[in-house]
Design a protein around this ligand. Structure first.
Ligand code: NCD
Length: 306
């Protein structure tokens, strides 16, 4: 019997409690040990809306795979140009429609705050799959689950975030989720133009999480976990600024000690050299696969509660 989650809609990592994490991760492990046919009976007959108004590979495919592995079906709207948002329809009206058609809504949208707005009008469970440069809470869940899988614990570790800390919504969500973690220390590595917004520094301070800021990438490799982010080209208003910053950090195999687990939400451009892939402590492809299992656990728990 699962502990019910404390939320019906997941807009921000801030909503997630320690009991939620423990319940989800236990459920995730339980689902992983079931065979394919047994899984198919769990959410048979349910329908999930996948609304992706911004590009996505992992998040979209893993939600779709998660739904289908649980026996649920999916309906999709992909791309801004192809939806009625292009005609000026509001997020609220889009939510009214999708709530009528399906049992759960997953949405990615380019606008900061769009997920909070959507959740207000959704009458079935709503999941934020990324709202602009703001948050991406299911990525944070799978990131922390991956930390547990890789180092055997979700407490007592150090983590460095490297790259575009201003616009990386996965960084924002994982940092916010760390309030549930005991004895964690954070290093923030970014160029001065892409430092972590003040809002997230305040979240760390409020949670009593020690952090330091530097521009020196080498400082990251002393941590247990190094979380590498892409410079988010699509968030820049000035293309020449992006060009100047895009290759500010490039991680190579020779820089990485065996004690440091390398995570990334992916996709990567040049920031993780392909020679890193062969290292046993390069965990980003395992991390992406974990995303499907964590999303299965989340969908199963949310759908079972309504
Ligand atoms: C991330 C995102 O969309 O924020 N990707 C993902 O969901 N795995 C990171 C990124 O695009 O850089």
């Amino acid at each position: 019997m699962q502990m019910p989650l404390s939320f019906t809609h997941l807009v921000s990592s801030d909503q997630v409690t320690r009991p939620d994490l423990e319940s989800l991760f236990l459920h995730c492990n339980a689902l992983r040990s079931k065979d394919h046919l047994e899984l198919l009976s769990l959410q048979k007959g349910r329908l999930i809306s996948l609304l992706f108004f911004e590009p996505s590979t992992r998040t979209h495919l893993s939600f779709e795979a998660a739904a289908k592995r649980l026996g649920a079906n999916t309906i999709s709207s992909v791309g801004w140009q192809n939806s009625s948002l292009k005609k000026g329809e509001t997020i609220a009206d889009t939510m009214h429609m999708a709530s009528g058609y399906s049992d759960c809504i997953v949405m990615r949208h380019p606008q900061i705050g769009s997920a909070a707005e959507a959740a207000k009008s959704a009458s079935v469970p709503f999941i934020n799959a990324g709202d602009g440069a703001n948050e991406h809470p299911t990525q944070a869940l799978l990131d922390l689950y991956t930390i547990q899988q890789e180092i055997g614990r979700i407490d007592n570790f150090s983590i460095a975030f490297v790259g575009d800390l201003q616009f990386s919504r996965t960084t924002h969500s994982l940092l916010t989720l760390l309030k549930n973690v005991k004895n964690v220390a954070v290093t923030l590595v970014s160029p001065p133009q892409l430092t972590l917004p003040e809002k997230y520094k305040q979240i760390l301070i409020k949670a009593g999480i020690p952090f330091s800021e530097t521009t020196d990438m080498q400082a990251a490799f002393a941590a247990d976990i190094c979380y590498i982010t892409r410079v988010q080209e699509e968030r820049f208003t000035n293309p020449s600024e992006y060009e100047q910053l895009k290759d500010v950090y490039i991680v190579r195999a020779k820089d990485i000690p065996p004690t440091c687990t390398i995570l990334s939400p992916l996709p990567r451009r040049n920031e993780i050299n392909p020679d890193v892939d062969a290292l046993p402590n390069a965990a980003y492809f395992r991390q992406a696969k974990n995303g499907m299992y964590v999303r299965m656990a989340l969908l199963d728990q949310l759908l079972s509660s309504v």
